[in-house]
Design a protein around this ligand. Sequence first.
Ligand code: NI
Length: 191
Amino acid sequence: MAIRRIAQIGHPVLREISREVSVEQLRSDEMQRFIDDLIETMRDANGAGLAAPQIYEPVRICVIEVRNNPRYPERPNIPLTVLVNPRLTPIGDERFDNYEGCLSVPDLRGVAPRHAVLRVEALDRHGAALDFVARGLSAGVYQHEVDHLDGKLFVDRVVRPSTLSTWREFERHHQASATEHARAIVARYGS
Ligand code: NI
């Protein structure tokens, strides 16, 4: 396993539409090692998720894990999930304001509206089908990561640029209200 470099905003790889992965490719040793690297790189950087194009491989794979994350103390835990060729389908019309940051967008946070309830269909790292419903803050993480596979960054989703903030100013001026907002979302959607 290896910790890879993370592409930064402005690099064209972050704007590519990533390609689908066949089950045969997925099961290769090379792709399994790649997924291990993606997980290790996410954990090393304290990310809540990481998508393959962020480590310069435009394939439709992303990993998600929230485990008492110091970058996102307001977020409930999400067990390690590997999504291959994911498809998200919103359930209902509800949206919520999600405070986001990204390892490819240094020192910036902002509010992006996201669907509150989603169906998530994907393959797991071994090629088995996944099909589940994600809600609230977890749904926000899934949308952020799958956006990366379509060449989109959270800054493209920020409707009110006045919500943009460095991490330092976020902690000083917005953390308290964001934590309260996050608690309300968790209370409403269960995650
Ligand atoms: Ni990101």
